[in-house]
Design a protein around this ligand. Structure first.
Ligand code: ATP
Length: 546
């Protein structure tokens, strides 16, 4: 189905080739996985295999694909970029590619209805096979990240191509959806199709490949017989470790019942992060009876949560269970149509001026005391009712990093994106100079800690989604939040990216802030989180995620 022989690719304007000397053959019925670290050429390989690179630079070697047109389709690595932008509803989006493809044959044969009906049915069957039939009449702009990925995959599978090129197909999918996708791909291969799966992470999908190869600096290395470790290849493994324990909390109840006789543990929610006194520190954030409905559908009901200083909490749950909705509700970022009740209170740990942003950043930076770290101090006054505040007033307390990082980027370089997060004081000239110099130091430090130093002058949109997320996390840290809200920060990260993320979150927690992060990566949650919570879906029956 696909043959690359000595294939290479040099992007126009790039200093070196992204791929060189790649030999890869995929036969009918085969599923092949190619994994490698970020920057190793994974996405370039996918685009080359799919024949989408010709005018982007210079290709060397040869590429032969038996498939053409609808015979070869590709899923990209950016979940937000999967939709055509030409439709508003799932049903229409799924039907669109088939409509285009049948248009030609319809013109020739005149059998419009028959061709359309068949392609519509194939797309809807693909959606059902991925467990997404309940999404058919939904508006695209109301889908969760995983639901969007399911719709994108169904659109491709419904075309019944001969060769599927999938760049990180498991992104954003819960365990159930990954299982269904794997079943679908296996059946597709039994029917004679061929699949190339690529990515920076090992998951159930890549592990099922009957052949696996690794990319290193643009060159393909076949996996050794004796199985090198994924880590050696810079690839992160999301597959659960054997010792992994299941989160024990009942769905939708996130404050554990405490056994009064239990020994306090270092992971205990109500233990102070400083560990100095061993006394329970009051929570930085308390959420009581939070309920959210969207479009008349209840998403969260009576949700309770307390986040202690220095605590890292992983929020898990199936696609569509309301993880992003919860983070947005806390940050005040749900649209006006959402119905929200309940209370969200923060323990104020800095002066009021501090929380409101501009002055504070200016003053602190001017005074050279500002470090770009959260600064969690003593309780200062009564609890702050965040639910009364608009998003921008909550931002100094709760910094939010959404699922789609590109939506939070607006400067023309990575460095400028960070610098703009620390406004210069407007009227005081002397302060401006001091702020500028302190800011440059803090920004350089953050670039280093997020591994973005070399990309400092790049346009943020030229970064991969995972690197964009690093940048948005860095800008969030510049707000010195007492709570950091992260929506799926692990997507598309390689081993080094995961280690960097974990290090960063631990530093944030050590400084006394709390982190609430959504994830489908149970292996990472087990490693990083002091506590794991799980949301259950409101409308999908039993929870299938674990
Ligand atoms: N405006 C809306 N109207 C109706 N339903 C909505 C709206 N916005 C979101 N939803 C639904 O709310 C549910 C929760 O969505 P949310 O994005 O919070 O899920 P999630 O747990 O983050 O999922 P994922 O793991 O896929 O990212 C989903 O079923 C989603 O489709």
């Amino acid at each position: 189905m696909l043959e690359l022989a000595g294939a290479g690719f040099h992007h126009r304007g790039a200093e070196s080739a992204a791929l060189s000397g790649v030999d890869l053959q995929i036969l009918p019925g085969q599923m092949v996985a190619v994994l490698g670290p970020q920057g190793s050429g994974i996405s370039t390989l996918c685009r080359l295999a799919a024949g989408l690179l010709e005018d982007r630079g210079r290709m060397s070697g040869t590429r032969r694909a038996s498939a053409a047109g609808a015979g070869l389709v590709m899923l990209g690595d950016d979940p937000e970029a999967q939709q055509t932008g030409m439709t508003s509803y799932v049903r229409d989006e799924l039907r669109l590619p088939g409509r285009f493809l049948t248009a030609g044959s319809v013109a020739r044969t005149g059998s419009a209805d028959q061709g359309r009906r068949a392609s519509d049915a194939a797309a809807e069957a693909a959606l059902a096979a991925l467990g997404g039939e309940h999404l058919l009449d939904r508006r695209l702009d109301t889908l969760s990240g995983g639901e969007r990925q399911i719709v994108a995959l169904a659109g491709l599978l419904g075309l019944r191509p001969e060769l599927l090129v999938l760049d990180q197909p498991g992104l954003s999918l819960d365990g159930r959806a990954r299982g269904l996708l794997l079943q679908g791909l296996r059946q597709y291969c039994r029917d004679g199709g061929a699949v190339l799966i690529a990515g920076h992470q090992e998951d159930e999908l890549s592990a099922a490949g009957e052949r696996r190869a690794f990319l290193r600096k643009g060159r393909l290395v076949e996996a050794c017989e004796d199985e090198d470790s994924l880590e050696d290849h810079g690839v992160w493994c999301t597959l659960p470790r054997q010792s992994q324990s299941e989160p024990q909390l009942p769905p939708m109840c996130s404050v554990p019942e405490k056994d009064p006789d239990a020994e306090p543990s270092s992971r205990d929610l109500n233990t102070s992060g400083s560990g100095e006194t061993g006394e329970a520190a009051p929570p930085l954030l308390s959420v009581e009876k939070l309920s959210v409905s969207r479009g008349g559908t209840p998403i969260l009901e009576d949700f309770r949560l307390e986040l202690a200083p220095a605590e890292i909490v992983a929020l898990e749950g199936p696609n569509g269970s309301g993880k992003s909705t919860l983070l947005r509700a806390l940050a005040g970022l749900l649209d006006r149509e959402a119905e929200i009740t309940g209370s969200i209170r923060a323990r104020p740990v800095r002066a009021e001026a501090d929380r409101t942003g501009q002055d504070v950043a200016g003053q602190d930076v001017a005074g050279q005391t500002w470090t770009g770290q959260p600064q969690i101090g003593q309780t200062d006054g009564p609890d702050l009712a965040l639910d009364d505040l608009p998003a921008h007033r909550r931002a100094g307390t709760l910094a939010w990093v959404g699922q789609d990082p590109s939506a939070q980027l607006s400067a023309s370089t990575v460095r400028a994106e960070l610098e703009r997060s620390v406004p210069l004081p407007r009227h005081r000239r002397r302060d401006r100079a001091a702020v500028r110099s302190a800011r440059a130091g803090v920004v350089a430090q953050l670039l280093e800690r997020t591994g973005l130093t070399e990309a400092a002058e790049s346009h943020p949109y030229d970064l991969s989604p995972a690197r964009q997320k690093d940048l948005v996390i860095a800008t969030a840290l510049l707000l010195r939040p007492q709570v950091l809200l992260l929506d799926e920060p692990t997507l598309g990260r390689d081993q080094a990216g995961m280690e960097r993320l974990s290090r960063l979150l631990r530093t944030v927690a050590e400084a006394g802030a709390a982190v609430l992060t959504t994830t489908h990566d149970q292996a990472w949650a087990e490693q990083i989180a002091h506590r794991r919570l799980r949301l259950a879906p409101q409308d999908r029956g039993p929870d299938h995620d674990h």
